[in-house]
Design a protein around this ligand. Structure first.
Ligand code: UD1
Length: 419
């Protein structure tokens, strides 16, 4: 299995172009199942999770072609299966997003239950309850969710008991083809939901309230395929902002979705960052000594759980202490023991981690069990004294396009060791 080797201590300075957002691209792909014909998605990143979705689509009988570096053509004209197999879903949980579109358009869908994952139990009960409310019959059998409906789904009110990005997306997509109006209360407000709603609108859906906690969807009999460019990746942008700050570099991010990064920018400014925005470019550099700041992860517009591990890596070398509280996932501190092996001083108290800044980290062999935890170890490696080897980097390949190349061009001494 490939590894990443980093020699720490080099500032990350220069320019990085932000890629298309994985967490927006995956639901857009799923939504393309709602229309007959060719959808063209632009700025689709080259990532293992996108490849997993392509594999799933091919299994369903969908024609998928990458036109050039960034365009993906999806032709949903000849679907021959409605089943997302266990082997595909266990590799990528977002496969659950095909459930709503398939049952809404074809009246049947069968998707493996994803099961737990490294960051917690992660149930899909809200996806299921939402689709049931829309009139789908759901049966759980042999580890699979079977959803059927003899006729169109029926619009209704769905009040989500907790904010879920995926459940909001699944219900919103299904409701587009339902008869009548659906209102989703306590909907997720993440920018990826807004991107999905814009795409669906371009396909002919009638949606209002995207970006607020109440979504109203007036069902239409059919949707048409269209061309659409996915938003850029706020989590990738946030990760590189932290890379600059942790190494004391000056970094400009092109096509950075700055308007979606308010919570991170506020926190990083408190920690000592100077951040400026010029049109689509964002520049970050240190303005004063890096200082400990407390954060709590929350649904958007709060501080994103997908940047918690990276922010913790930054806090390990800050002046003073930082209390980092995770409220979205119950088991999202797996990076802590690995950061500790590099010399970080972190104590976990329930869902909070107390990080006491140290003068320096030391390079070490490390590994992590999820995507964001893995990249937090890369960030720590960039500032650590000596050599860090990050193992199990298939996690990074799932979510960071050209990570090694992008960091290399900005002064990092980092390479990929092929095994
Ligand atoms: C999405 C993102 C992921 C991010 C997360 C939270 C994608 C592909 N993934 O994941 O990167 O970390 O949002 O911002 O976009 N829950 C339930 N029942 C459900 C669904 C969720 O209890 O049916 C719980 C989860 O276990 C979790 C919380 O709700 O504790 C939020 O999860 P959710 O927003 O659904 O995350 P995902 O959509 O899976």
């Amino acid at each position: 299995m490939d590894k990443i080797r980093i020699k720490g201590g080099h500032p990350i300075s220069g320019t990085i172009a932000i890629s298309g957002a994985k967490n927006a691209a995956l639901p857009l792909m799923a939504a393309s199942l709602l229309a007959q014909g060719k959808t063209v998605l632009n700025l689709i990143p080259h990532l293992a999770d996108i490849d997993s979705m392509i594999l799933l689509f091919k299994d369903l009988g969908v024609d998928v072609e990458r036109l050039n570096d960034q365009r993906l053509v999806i032709d949903c004209g000849h679907i021959r299966s409605y089943k997302a197999d266990y082997d595909l879903v266990r590799k990528m949980r977002a496969s659950i997003l095909v459930l709503g579109p398939l049952v809404a358009r074809f009246g049947q869908a069968c998707v493996s239950l994803p099961g737990g994952c490294a960051i917690g139990a992660r149930p899909v009960d809200l996806h299921i309850k939402g689709l049931q409310a829309l009139g789908a019959n759901i049966e759980i059998k042999d580890g699979y969710i079977y959803a059927t409906t003899p006729k169109r789904l029926i619009g209704t009110k769905v009040a989500l008991p907790l904010v879920s990005v995926g459940a909001t997306e699944n219900i919103m997509m299904a409701a587009c083809l339902a008869e009548g109006t659906t209102v989703i209360e306590n909907a997720a407000r993440e920018p990826e939901i807004v991107d999905l709603a814009c795409f669906l609108q371009k396909m002919g859906a009638e949606i209002s309230g995207a970006g607020t906690s109440t979504l109203t969807i007036k069902g239409v009999p059919s949707l048409k395929p269209c061309q659409y460019q996915v938003m850029t990746d706020r989590i990738e942008a946030g990760t590189y902002m932290i890379a600059a700050l942790i190494t004391g570099g000056t970094l400009t991010l092109t096509n950075a979705p700055a308007q979606t990064l308010e919570a991170l920018m506020t926190t990083l400014r408190q920690a000592g960052a100077d951040i400026s925005i010029h049109q689509h470019n964002l520049t970050i550099k240190p303005s004063k000594t890096l200082t400990g700041v407390d954060v709590m992860t929350e649904p958007y517009p709060g501080f994103p759980t997908d940047l918690q591990a990276q922010f913790m890596a930054l806090m390990t070398v800050a002046n003073g202490a930082s209390m980092i509280t995770e409220t979205i996932f119950e088991n999202r501190f797996m990076h802590v023991p690995e950061l500790a092996r590099m010399g970080a001083n972190i104590t976990i108290h329930g869902s909070s981690a107390l990080v006491r800044g140290v003068n320096k980290l030391s390079g070490a062999p490390v590994m992590a069990t999820d995507l964001r935890a893995s990249v937090s170890l890369v960030l720590a490696g960039l500032v650590a004294k000596g050599e860090t080897i990050v193992n199990r980097i298939y996690h990074l390949d799932r979510g960071y396009e050209n990570l090694v190349e992008k960091l290399n061009r900005c002064g990092a001494v980092i390479d990929r060791i092929k095994n």
